[in-house]
Design a protein around this ligand. Structure first.
Ligand code: HDD
Length: 682
């Protein structure tokens, strides 16, 4: 008989509640519970005398402090997480017996950690990098972790090379520079000498590497996994997360400036959207290939540098995840959470992708050093919401008090419990794939084509997206000192596209490629962000406004934007209130010093009859920057004259209309479009 452990969306919160501690209005104590009378001065022999060893409070406070830090993650150190729930749209019974994918009425609690890859724990968030997108599903059959990225492929094909790849992308060892950046010699030397990286490098040089928000990026399980159904039939499956708000990016100049102005840009965005009830949502999609069709593709479906074009293998949307609660404590939850691609539940299984297989070793290994021993599964954030029983015992920090005499199999003293479960009882059985072969250190010939899908990615890009990729290569290689490495990269990417390689060769003073080019004509429209969902909700409009504004008009405009879910924030010369006609007033959210054009998705320039010359100059800087970052700019009243003076009034995405109703509609359209790429240089 299968034991049932009902799980609902509140199961994890109920469990965590037992561990939460609220110190408010409590008396200060030591960790032993002894009340403390004095917490500012150490115990001394005389006011100016030596400190005494017997000061147990000082010793405990200092020792704990001295041990507060744990090793940061070797990769994905900089991350931010939130709680939420996952709800299925339709039963996936046909493909998998995974319990959380059977019943659309069940909500499964989840914990999701987003991250950059290369940077250290304190690095900026808007750097050019892949983003981690790791989801822990707390299911009634145990934890299932989908440990993915926001890009569907990876730099290497075999986990054996992961330490090499990471050494190359991390800051260089002799001087520890640059931080959180791939724009340096060792990364590009690795790329040119490990050409399996070509496809992923195209993604890393694209706009996908500088997401506007964690809420506006896709997630991919990357590897091909297996679904196995109740009858034991298996299917190949790839997992996708599709953000309801669409996939949107920053522009590179903007991303770099944000790194300085607000290094916490992405976590703040996630935190604030959850706090204000605009919960991030992602639909879960699966691509499924029948086992019989394993060899029907012009690439190997086990190769993690290949994606399955969505036009060839459609993404079936099967459910939605909503992130609806911020963490209470970043260390306890976000830092201590331990993901592992090997955390699977019955109905989900692995394939022979050599990158995946290596990951199955690495993740437990890393937690042992990072979390200090084998009991990290007992940390509140990592505990499954279903019971767990086995004969594992002891180790640093063990919390469970296992009762009874036996901790071995087989035993008679405890009737052989805990006893293995049969498949019918929910016991995990590995898919019985038939394998045979010689032990060899080799790579399959079917993994050898490194360029076709890189070219397909290039072919799929819109004109502005292609230009961004050329600019990114030009920037990154422009930071590479070694001329030979620069040339090697040009020659390598000539295999992807001559147009691309020639364009960035010029920018970096390398020789244009003499040979190369690709015969691949295929493109996959789903890869272009040009075709993504475009919506105005939660986009942030900076309103540049000072004393003497027209209260009725501006209030009307702001209200209509807010009604469509757009955030409006007032930027002015100083904090406090600004005054408009008819005793109208607004609270100022940012000054020109604390707000910055790069921190907003759009600008609404109002001005005011009473603003200073300095105000006007600040506004001009904001307008110019927003314009060059292709952002929507609307203007009314004094603002209208200012835009005219800047010479941009007739540009795409610049909205100036006398009629307020017309302005509201046109400005909302411009905001919904996100960026207006077809602007002229001014
Ligand atoms: Fe990894 C962390 C995603 C390949 C070894 N990885 C880590 C995280 C994500 C990924 C999202 C952060 C999890 C969190 O937020 O705590 N990794 C990927 C993806 C890969 C990938 C999508 C390719 C498809 N990783 C990969 C390989 C290896 C590792 C090939 C080693 C063989 N990854 C690790 C790690 C980390 C990690 C060293 C560091 C911290 C951690 O595991 O918990 O074990």
């Amino acid at each position: 008989m299968k034991e049932e452990h009902k799980v609902n969306e509140n199961s994890k919160m109920a469990q965590l509640e037992q561990f939460r501690a609220d110190d408010k209005r409590k008396k200060l104590t030591t960790n032993q519970g002894v009340k403390i009378a004095e917490d500012e001065f150490s115990l001394k022999a005389g006011e100016r005398g030596p400190t005494l060893m017997e000061d147990f409070h000082f010793r405990e406070k200092m020792t704990h402090f001295d041990h507060e830090r744990i090793p940061e993650r070797i990769v994905h150190a900089r991350g931010f997480a939130a709680h939420g729930e996952f709800k299925l749209y339709e039963s996936m019974k046909k493909y998998t017996k995974a319990k959380f994918l059977q019943d659309p009425s069940v909500k499964t609690p989840v914990f999701v950690r987003f991250s950059t890859v290369a940077g250290s724990k304190g690095s900026a968030e808007t750097v050019r990098d892949a983003r981690g997108f790791a989801t822990k599903f707390y299911t009634e059959e145990g934890n299932y972790d989908l440990v993915g990225n926001n890009m569907p492929v990876f730099f290497i094909q075999d986990a054996m090379k992961f330490p090499d790849f990471v050494h190359a992308v991390k800051p260089e060892p002799h001087n520890e520079m640059p931080q959180a950046a791939s724009a340096h010699d060792t990364f590009w030397d690795f790329v040119a000498n490990n050409q399996e990286s070509a496809h992923m490098v195209m993604w890393a040089m694209s706009d996908r590497a500088i997401p506007r928000s964690f809420r506006m990026m896709e997630g991919f399980g990357v590897h091909t996994f297996r679904f196995v159904n109740e009858e034991g039939k298996a299917y190949f499956v790839k997992f996708h997360w599709k953000p309801v708000l669409g996939v949107h990016s920053l522009v590179w100049d903007e991303a770099q400036k944000i790194s300085g102005k607000n290094p916490d840009f992405h976590r703040q965005d996630l935190w604030e959207s959850i706090e204000s009830g605009d919960y991030p949502e992602y639909e879960l999609g699966v691509q499924i290939i029948d086992e019989e069709d394993e060899f029907k593709f012009d690439f190997d479906i086990l190769d993690p540098t290949k994606l399955w074009p969505e036009e060839d293998v459609p993404v079936k949307i099967i459910g939605k995840m909503t992130l609806n609660r911020n963490v209470d404590n970043v260390f306890a939850e976000t830092e201590q959470v331990a993901f592992h691609p090997g955390h699977v539940v019955p109905g989900i299984d692995f394939t022979n992708d050599p990158l995946l297989q290596g990951r199955l070793f690495s993740y437990t290994d890393t937690q042992l050093i990072r979390l200090g021993g084998p009991n990290f599964h007992e940390l509140p954030i990592n505990r499954p919401v279903c019971p767990f029983h086995n004969n594992q015992r002891d180790g640093y920090g063990r919390q469970t008090i296992n009762i009874g005499q036996t901790s071995y199999q087989n035993n008679s003293l405890a009737q052989n419990s805990p006893s293995p479960a049969s498949v019918e009882e929910g016991g995990y059985e590995h898919y019985q794939e038939k394998v045979e072969g010689r032990k060899v250190r080799r790579r399959s010939k079917s993994f050898k084509d490194h360029f076709s899908q890189a070219t397909m990615f290039w072919n799929s890009m819109s004109k502005p997206e292609k230009q961004h990729i050329i600019d990114a290569f030009s920037f990154e290689l422009g930071k590479v000192n070694n001329q030979s490495v620069r040339q090697q990269v040009v020659d390598m990417f000539a295999n992807v596209s001559l147009e691309l390689a020639t364009a960035f060769a010029e920018a970096i003073g390398a020789n244009p490629p003499k040979e190369g080019g690709s015969k691949i004509m295929k493109s996959s429209p789903a890869l272009s962000q040009d075709h993504t969902v475009k919506r105005p909700e939660t986009l942030k409009v900076g309103v540049i406004i000072g004393n003497g504004f027209n209260t009725a008009d501006v209030t009307d405009i702001l209200k209509s934007l807010q009604a469509k879910g757009v955030y409006t924030e007032i930027i002015s010369e100083q904090l406090g209130k600004i005054k408009g006609s008819d005793d109208g007033e607004f609270d100022v959210n940012h000054t020109f010093l604390t707000g910055e054009s790069v921190l907003f998705d759009a600008l609404y320039v109002v001005g005011g009859s009473g603003v200073s010359k300095k105000f006007r100059q600040y506004a001009s800087c904001f307008i110019h920057e927003a314009y060059h970052h292709f952002k929507p700019i609307g203007a009314t009243h004094e603002g209208e004259k200012w835009l005219k003076a800047e010479g941009i009034k007739n540009s795409p995405g610049v909205v100036i209309e006398k009629d307020i109703k017309g302005f509201k509609e046109s400005f909302l359209d411009a905001i919904s479009a996100h960026r207006h790429w077809d602007r002229q240089e001014i």
